[in-house]
Design a protein around this ligand. Structure first.
Ligand code: TXE
Length: 525
């Protein structure tokens, strides 16, 4: 592969189109000192933004949507040029879902973050009440990967802003111009100065952002880098949300609609050239349906056009980097060595220059094989078989990862039962891959697939700090547990343990005479 397709290590990063090797643009590699300055400016922007009304925040996010809509094709071309994905896929899988997420949080964050009264059981009988108020955190540092260079950081940015935070994004070194575009979108939308800033660079710039102690880090990428970030963030007690890899299983039972399941498997494994954290990386089909399903999958795969993302007839674009292509080659080689069969594909595309790997269907896969355990992140679809429901669940859960999964069956009761047994953050029945696009629902993984959640109510809660406000609405008597202690106090505390802590009003009435004695004792002192 030509050197032009590598990221060059100079004080600037040259972004190249992985489909053609052509330069897309150049950006600076921002130094650690400048990153610190950026975070300081972000903190200053936060001090005003945190006081804005939800209406003002909503107006900004909705204006940013308008900017995106007015530049939709230009943005989709940029995504396609930097990442290699088809132009149409950039619209379908990045722009449309993030626009939906933006309008949802713009319209609903206020309601979701409204101060809420909470039930405090018997303490309410003592005239107390409690409510939760949600405060913004401060500076949110967003470190995304290259596979969804617009939708992941932009969605997190919109949510962070709605919660009252300021944002610093360190985009992937493979897609820095899309990252800068996010800053430009908010600038055009009239965001206050320094509210959304973008620092371009590689891992060192990312590490500098973590070291600059923002209040939160939202990271998407590999497990190895996720661990490094968690360790570095711990020095400042910065909390992190980690969206790491996946090895997502698709389980197809004999009673499934095989035509649909085949289409879902082909899209789920090959869209974005297989570089989605929720890609179908392992397909388990019940023995009786294996032959028919495989035939359909191979036939559909044969008809897919691969090429430059600019061509609207292209379904499979280039891979994002040479490093990623090598991983796919190694995994396919391993499948071959271990005795699995390549049904179609299995090579770097010879007919095309650039980083293209043929969509590849493999049968005879076994969980013991390396590529059934490590994340491939490429256009491969390994197929294995199972006999029983229990075996399917066991095979699917035999992984260090647990991001998403899907279960295919016409028996919805079985589908739901199996779904709940799968160790994954998001499990679909008769659907595949796309739930990251539903911004209303929480996104995140079990096991090594991550920590914390993005999206949904749970994701919004990652971007605020809850404050408990507790009020003694009567406040005329001392509390029985105040100092000084005495034998009367100890008697009362026993009563608290036996009656009050039971949660029962009836039992607690037995405590009242003793409670009154103790309060009188305190008042006399
Ligand atoms: O990710 P990295 P890479 C998986 C996939 C892929 C592998 C490696 O299996 O093959 O990860 O991809 C920044 N401190 N996923 O190398 O290195 C870096 O600049 C702070 C799954 O691209 O994790 C980039 O912005 N930041 C995943 C981001 O981290 C650092 C999506 C991701 O880089 C840093 C992508 C450091 N020390 C890859 N080092 C998914 N869940 O979707 C690097 N970075």
């Amino acid at each position: 592969m030509s050197a032009a397709l590598e990221v060059k290590h100079t004080d600037e990063i040259i972004s190249v189109n992985p489909a053609t090797g052509a330069e897309v643009g150049r950006v600076p590699r921002v130094s650690p000192g400048d990153v610190r300055g950026t975070v300081e400016r972000s903190r200053a922007a936060f001090s005003s933004w945190k006081n804005t009304s939800f209406a003002a925040r909503r107006a900004l996010v909705m204006r940013a949507r308008e900017v995106i809509l007015s530049e939709m094709d230009e943005i989709a071309h940029l995504i396609s040029a930097e990442s290699g994905k088809p132009f149409g896929e950039a619209i379908a899988m990045e722009i449309a879902p993030v626009l939906d997420l933006m309008q949802y949080f713009a319209r609903n964050a206020e309601k979701m973050l409204r101060p809420a009264r909470i039930g405090i059981g018997l303490y309410a009988l003592l005239g107390r009440s409690s409510k939760i108020v949600y405060h913004p955190l401060g500076v949110v540092g967003i470190i995304p990967a290259w596979n969804y260079p617009l939708s992941i950081p932009l969605g997190e940015t919109a949510m962070a802003l709605m919660a009252g935070n300021s944002v610093v994004i360190k985009p992937s070194e493979l897609t820095p111009l899309v990252g800068l575009k996010i800053g430009e979108i908010f600038e055009k939308a009239g965001a206050p100065r320094d509210l959304v800033q973008v620092v371009t660079g590689d891992g060192r710039t990312g590490a500098a952002l973590v070291d600059a102690a923002p209040e939160k880090i939202m990271f998407t990428g590999s497990v190895a880098t996720g661990k490094k970030i968690a360790e570095a963030a711990a020095k400042n007690l910065t909390s992190v949300v980690l969206e790491l890899g996946g090895k997502d299983p698709m389980i197809v039972f004999e009673d499934a609609n095989l035509e649909l399941a085949a289409g879902a498997a082909v899209w789920g494994a090959f869209c974005n050239a297989g570089q989605s954290c929720s890609s179908v990386e392992r397909l388990y089909v019940q023995e009786g349906a294996a032959e028919k399903l495989t035939e359909k999958i191979v036939e559909m795969t044969r008809n897919l056009v691969q090429g430059s993302g600019e061509n609207e007839n292209v379904s499979i674009g280039a891979m994002s980097s040479e490093k990623q292509l090598r991983i796919v080659e190694n995994h396919v080689e391993d499948f071959k060595k271990q005795g699995a069969k390549i049904e179609i594909g299995g090579h770097k595309s010879e007919a095309l220059d650039g980083l293209f790997y043929e969509p590849t269907v493999i049968t005879g896969a076994k969980n013991e094989m390396l590529a059934m355990q490590e994340e491939t992140f490429g256009p491969t679809l390994p197929i294995a078989t199972f006999k029983t429901e229990d075996e399917a669940v066991r095979l699917a859960n035999d992984s260090e990862f647990g991001l998403t999964a899907s279960v295919w069956t016409r028996d919805l009761a079985k589908g739901k039962r199996v779904a709940e047994k799968i160790e994954a953050g998001s499990v679909c029945v008769n659907e595949v891959l796309y739930t990251h696009g539903i911004g209303q629902t929480p996104w995140g993984g079990f096991k090594n697939s991550g920590r914390g959640r993005t999206h949904g109510r749970e994701g919004l809660m990652e971007l605020v700090q809850p404050q408990h406000i507790h009020i003694n609405n009567l406040a005329v008597l001392p509390d029985a547990w105040w100092l000084p202690y005495s034998p009367e106090a100890v008697k009362t505390f026993r009563g608290f343990a036996k009656y009050f802590a039971s949660g029962s009003v009836v039992k607690t009435t037995r405590l009242l005479p003793q409670l009154w004695k103790r309060i009188r004792e305190l008042r006399k002192r």
